[in-house]
Design a protein around this ligand. Structure first.
Ligand code: ADP
Ligand code: MG
Length: 213
């Protein structure tokens, strides 16, 4: 079940707490790691408290609510509404673990983040990782899922690096204007960490892996 994927993603965010906060200390207020670790911890607790089976959509909704209810700052509500919107989209599809469903999920996730935060591609936010990922799955053209997941990891890594070149136009980092250049966006980094863990989990547990990267 995808419960394992949630646990893997949460564990990675908790592990990377200090790294994410250090990134945020450079162009924000230094709490992004704390915020994401709190969201991850709350999601794990919500999973533990929930007895009985959950559909994939219900599981992701639970994660979204955990972020929305327990995490302050801008990233908590943004991730929270993204997960909830993505969960809703999966609910109305057949929820097969394929490129189409992942593309649909990312599309709705990103639409909710854009609506709430008014950011676009190039504004130096989590969307600079999430929009390129959405594109990979939406335009997958029948490629094997293992290959897409791997290409996604490479794309996410590059997208995180690329945020260094961007000037922040949304969120706290935008107060720095041009001085935000040269630094990685913390939300882009957390999005890439989450994607990496979840995609590796899917690959290991549900698919025959492509060549290791
Ligand atoms: P805060 O900025 O309130 O302290 P966090 O530090 O947890 O919240 O999160 C900062 C991250 O949130 C940024 O690095 C960025 O990726 C993301 N972010 C901030 N504002 C927006 C927005 N309007 N749209 C999309 N993402 C945003
Ligand atoms: Mg912050």
């Amino acid at each position: 079940m995808l419960k394992g994927a949630v646990k893997a993603g949460a564990a990675a965010l908790i592990k990377e707490r200090d790294y994410l906060s250090e990134l945020d200390a450079k162009i924000g207020d230094g709490d992004h790691g704390l915020n994401m670790a709190r969201g991850a911890q709350s999601a794990l607790e919500a999973l533990d408290e929930h007895s009985g089976a959950l559909t994939v959509s219900e599981l992701i909704k639970l994660v979204g609510e955990a972020f929305l209810m327990n995490v302050g700052g801008s990233a908590g509500p943004l991730y929270g509404s993204g997960f909830i919107a993505g969960a809703k989209a999966i609910d109305s599809s057949e929820a097969a673990l394929d490129a189409k469903t992942i593309g649909l999920f990312l599309h709705e996730f990103n639409a909710a983040v854009k609506k709430r935060g008014k950011a676009e591609l190039g504004d130096k936010t989590m969307l600079d990782v999430l929009i390129p990922l959405e594109k990979i799955f939406v335009e997958s053209e029948g490629k094997p899922l293992a290959e897409l997941l791997k290409v996604g990891r490479e794309t996410a890594r590059n997208a995180v690096e690329y945020t260094k070149e961007l000037t922040a136009r949304r969120g706290r980092a935008s107060y720095l204007g041009a001085r935000s250049v040269g630094h990685i966006d913390p939300g882009a980094a957390s999005a890439a960490i989450l994607y990496r863990e979840i995609s590796l989990y899917i690959e290991k547990n549900f698919l025959t892996p492509a060549q290791p990267d």
